[in-house]
Design a protein around this ligand. Structure first.
Ligand code: MSP
Length: 515
């Protein structure tokens, strides 16, 4: 990967209508892992997250809480910011759509779209779902139930709306969108989502209502302040705001636009892969390189919902299991892009098997022998055997292998590859049994431990994006200086110099007792 090449990465901005839960934590942790990976791999990263604060849904939940909309936004936005800190997220900016810089960006984009003839005034008559902040066609809406209520996809209540509205000429962009998906197959991932999005576009796009007059919490339409901009047009624009739009000459815009990757859940891929590129093409702004949708978490096989009462609080997970353990579980348990099921049992098993018994145990076995038998001095590799070379080769092949996984956003594969090598390290220590060599062949014992230290060094560097704290604790125990922890240092630095004094070892991952 070319050194210093810019990488602009975003999470969705979160609605401020409730407490952050595991789904939000998941999106953010996944994106953070990608951001950290890219930085360690020499890219210049701009990583953005934030909160989506306008629209009817937020207005209604503020009302329900007896707060003014901005009070409600301030409070809940703060919760999301604290979650970002609690998850050790390395974001470079945290945007709120109520900030003046964002309102200015939305109005500038709107003005540009009007100037290009892409927006016109008409009237909207149709279904609207506040919960999704989405319009639905007749064909997507159910027949009335016994109370006369109708529902959109996934049982979301819809209401009939009739009001003056500005429209965006979405219908004109269908062919260009299909061309985009065809010419840039990586634009939408995973493939199942690309097919879904393409078939939605192929079924015919209608012009999109992009303003509402029946509520007031949002960005005013320039020149017609009775109209509030459709919250998705407002929300998506955050990705432009954060890099300085409308100042397209600014250094940040020049360096980072267009985004390299928008990460989000599968529920909102339509907005990112259909509406968003259409808005951008219509405004003459270059398109993001990729949009990737992850799956949804259920809890003990049930949909997560406030009414069922099975919402999982990520802060509780961190307090119970530890931050790195939580991050690891989320990314390793399911294939990135697929749905996954959360249970405390799965989490306990995963942490005990992969972290305590595999990674942590290997580090502990190696480092405690170095402390005990070698007075804490790193050994060197002398006359390596075929077994030594095989394990070292597997560890050295990890960097290209994890890069390959990352190019496909396969975060689970990223970890699986590293854990294969750690597993091989554990088998190797069992067969080489360095503890029995202490008396019989101390030089051989040193080589075995040195090979394993090299495996731990490489694994420690590579797990930094997922488990920043545990990785840093391990690299400290290996006395690796801060400037020798980048991916380039894996080959450039090579094995730790023999004789380096290692600090006393400390356990990395405690075992969790089953409840
Ligand atoms: N505000 C919009 C996004 C605007 S981006 C320009 C929004 N916000 S949200 O708070 O409802 O959702 C944010 C993210 O959380 C989405 O990516 C969504 O997929 C994710 N999740 C919410 N619940 C989830 C699960 N149960 N499982 C996994 N992710 C889920 O949509």
């Amino acid at each position: 990967m070319p050194d210093g090449q810019a990488f602009y990465l975003t999470t969705p901005i979160y609605y401020v209508n409730g407490k952050p839960h595991i789904g939000h934590a998941y999106t953010t942790v996944a994106a953070d892992t990608i951001a950290r990976f890219m930085r360690l791999d020499g890219r210049q990263v701009f990583f953005l997250t934030g909160t989506d604060e306008h629209g009817q849904k937020v207005e209604k939940s503020a009302e329900a809480a007896g707060l003014s909309p901005i009070e409600c936004c301030d409070q809940i936005s703060r919760n999301f910011r604290s979650l970002t800190e609690a998850l050790d997220i390395s974001n470079d900016d945290f945007i709120r759509t109520t900030e003046p810089r964002h309102i200015a960006a939305c109005q500038a984009l709107w003005t540009e779209l009007v100037k290009r003839g892409e927006i016109y005034l008409d009237a909207y008559r149709g279904w609207y779902a506040v919960r999704d902040e989405a319009f639905y066609a007749d064909s997507e809406v159910s027949e009335p139930d016994e109370n006369g209520k109708r529902f959109g996809p996934h049982g979301v209540p819809v209401e009939w709306v009739e009001e003056p509205s500005y429209f965006f000429r979405l219908s004109a962009w269908g062919d260009r969108l299909l061309e985009l998906y065809e010419q840039h197959p990586d634009f939408v991932g995973p493939e199942s989502r690309r097919n879904e999005v393409a078939s939605f576009v192929r079924s015919g796009l209608k012009d999109l209502s992009v303003s509402r007059t029946s509520f007031s919490w949002g960005v005013k339409v320039p020149g017609d302040p009775k109209h509030i901009m459709y919250v998705w047009l407002d929300a998506l624009t955050n990705y432009l705001t954060a890099v300085g739009y409308p100042d397209v000459e600014s250094a940040r815009f020049q360096t980072f636009w267009p985004p390299s990757l928008h990460v989000m859940g599968k529920d909102i891929v339509r907005f990112h892969a259909v509406y968003w590129p259409a808005f951008l093409m219509a405004a003459g702004i270059p398109l993001p390189k990729a949009v990737f949708a992850h799956g949804w978490w259920t809890s003990d096989a049930q949909k997560i919902s406030k009414s069922i009462g099975n919402v999982i609080d990520p802060i509780e997970l961190i307090n119970t299991y530890g931050l790195d353990q939580t991050r690891y579980f989320l990314l390793r348990e399911v294939s990135f892009g697929q749905d996954g099921d959360f249970s405390h049992l799965a989490m306990t098993n995963r942490i005990n098997a992969d972290l305590a018994n595999n990674f942590g145990n290997l580090a502990q076995r190696v480092l405690s022998q170095v402390a005990k038998n070698l007075e804490g001095r790193a050994p060197g590799i002398v006359s390596p055997t075929a077994e030594d070379e095989t394990l070292l080769a597997a560890a050295r092949a990890l960097l290209p292998a994890v890069r390959y996984a990352m190019e496909r956003w396969e975060l689970h594969q990223y970890l699986a590859q590293i854990w294969d090598v750690l597993g091989a390290g554990n088998r190797y220590i069992d067969t080489q049994a360095p503890w029995t060599l202490r008396k019989t062949d101390p030089t051989r014992m040193e080589t075995v431990l040195a090979v394993l230290i090299e495996v731990l060094r490489i694994a420690g560097i590579l797990v930094q994006p997922v488990m920043p704290r545990a990785a840093s604790a391990l690299l400290d125990q290996l006395a690796i200086p801060a400037d020798a922890r980048s991916f380039a240092a894996i080959d450039a630095e090579g094995p730790i110099t023999a004789g380096t004094v290692l600090p006393p070892p400390q356990g990395l991952f405690p075992r969790i007792d089953k409840a």
